[in-house]
Structures are given as structure tokens and as C-alpha cells.
Design a protein around this ligand. Structure first.
Ligand code: GLP
Length: 248
């Protein structure tokens, strides 16, 4: 694994943004997997700003998100579809056909999962997958205990996301919000992966994931086995990870 320590948050966002832009510039028909959350907002905004100022050709680029919430209206502001559309796919003018997302509502999610993967595969597979990390080490929505052989499926979202979404949408108690996520096997099939972690609260789990044993208890630890994975840390996360590195 290659570890990149950013100087500060601005540096972190800029480095990550250039990883995405470089991919788009180097391969006109790149297939890029994104992630939503606080970690990736800044990098999406920089990619969008640079594209606005210096428009480069993205007509052949395909974007998708690694995961999606299910059983909610797609236009709810908290779905991954809405976030990616707002933060990057919309500002870049990515066409509908090149913005691949599974539906948020369906009577057959197993078929949707297969279709999502098929679409990615038909375009030659993932060139670059950007990943965040959950405090329990999850990647996408593959929670601890998920087998490394898992393929795109409906997992369980974290309790805090569940509470937030329910509050926002005033959902009936019996409606289960699922987390459609690319499986660990699918994620590992990406040619390049960037695992991005921002903030001191992420430092310990990142250290476990990159320095500890490869175990399904920490899903992100599987990335140690990937041939081209970069871990990007901001200054807050870097300090703790560097000191933990000495102990390992
Ligand atoms: C959610 C998303 C993940 C994301 C993670 C980290 O669980 N499904 O894809 O990586 O949150 O979010 P944040 O960057 O807000 O900490």
C-alpha cells in the first residue's frame, strides 16, 4: 500500500481531486467509482471547480457510487444518487447514460445488484474506486463480518445513518432502509483504489486497517491485499497513524 500524508485538509482535498482528474485525463472513457460523505465532499467540489474553470472532456467518463440507500425516494437529498449528482456528476455535466446508479426503490434488488455490476463490467470494469472508511472499518456498506467474497448486495446501514434518514423523512417504523453496496470482491476488482480518511476520529481504525491483520472484522484491512491501493490521510489522521506505525 502506498500511504500519502497530506499537510492539511485543503491539501487532502486537492490531492484526492487530482487523483480523480488525472484518471479522467489519462483515460477518456474512465470508469470511476465514488463515495459519499464528509470525507469526499471537498474533493468533489475541487474537481467541479477545476472543470468549471478549465473545462476538460468528460463525455466518455462513467461515474457511479460504491453504495446507495434503499427504500427511499431517489430525489431525497441524502441518497447517494442525489449527493453525487449535486456534488460532481451534475457540475461536470456527466450524461444520464454515463452516471450509473442502482435504483433506490425496487421489487427485486438482487436483480438490480446484478444489473449494476453488469453495467460496470460492460464498460471494462472500474479504473479507480474512491473509498471512505467507517469508524468500524466498513468500506462501501460492507460492515464487519462481511465475507471478502461478497458480491454487490443489500447490507445493513449504520444506526446513526438510520436515525438521521428516519428523522429527515419521517419514515414509518416498519420501513427498513437497506444499504445496497458493491461487495468486497467487486471493490477489490478495481484497477486502482484510493482509501481516503479525514479527521482524528478515523486515525485508529485506519491504523488497524493498514497495519493490523487482514480480517473480516475490519473490512478495510482487505485492501492490504490489493496491488494498487493508495491510502490518503489528512494531517489530523496522519499524526496518530504515524505514531501507531512505530508500535507495529
Ligand atoms: C457511509 C458511506 C461510506 C462512507 C462512510 C464514511 O457509511 N456508505 O461509503 O465511506 O459513510 O463517511 P464519512 O466520510 O462521512 O465519514
Amino acid at each position: 500500500m502506498k500511504i500519502t500524508f497530506a499537510r492539511d485538509e485543503a491539501d487532502f482535498d486537492l490531492i484526492a481531486a487530482w487523483r480523480i482528474i488525472s484518471q479522467m485525463l489519462l483515460k477518456k472513457d474512465s470508469v470511476i467509482g465514488l463515495s459519499t460523505g464528509n470525507t469526499t465532499k471537498g474533493m468533489h467540489s475541487i474537481v467541479s471547480d477545476i472543470h468549471k474553470k478549465y473545462p476538460f472532456d468528460v463525455s466518455g467518463v462513467t461515474l457511479f457510487n460504491v453504495d446507495e440507500l434503499t427504500n427511499l425516494p431517489a430525489d431525497y437529498s441524502g441518497t447517494c444518487y442525489s449527493m453525487i449528482l449535486r456534488e460532481i456528476a451534475g457540475p461536470l455535466g456527466i450524461s444520464k447514460g454515463n452516471f450509473i446508479m442502482p435504483p433506490t426503490q425496487s421489487g427485486d434488488f438482487a436483480a438490480e445488484c446484478r444489473h449494476f455490476e453488469k453495467q460496470i463490467e460492460e464498460r471494462g470494469g472500474t479504473d479507480l474506486q474512491i473509498l471512505g472508511i467507517g469508524l468500524n472499518g466498513h468500506i462501501g456498506i460492507n460492515q464487519p463480518g462481511t465475507p471478502f467474497e461478497s458480491e454487490t448486495w443489500i447490507s445493513v446501514i449504520s444506526p446513526d445513518t438510520d436515525v438521521r434518514v428516519r428523522k429527515d423523512l419521517n419514515l414509518p417504523k416498519d420501513l427498513i432502509i437497506g444499504g445496497l453496496t458493491r461487495g468486497i470482491k467487486n471493490i477489490m476488482g478495481s484497477r486502482k483504489i484510493l482509501l481516503a480518511a479525514k479527521g482524528i476520529h478515523k486515525a485508529e481504525i485506519v491504523a488497524k486497517a493498514i497495519l493490523g491483520p487482514v480480517t473480516t472484522d475490519v473490512p478495510a484491512s482487505v485492501l492490504q491485499l490489493h496491488p494498487d491501493c493508495e491510502v490518503l490521510l489528512d494531517a489530523a489522521a496522519s499524526g496518530v497513524v504515524k505514531s501507531l506505525m512505530k508500535k507495529f
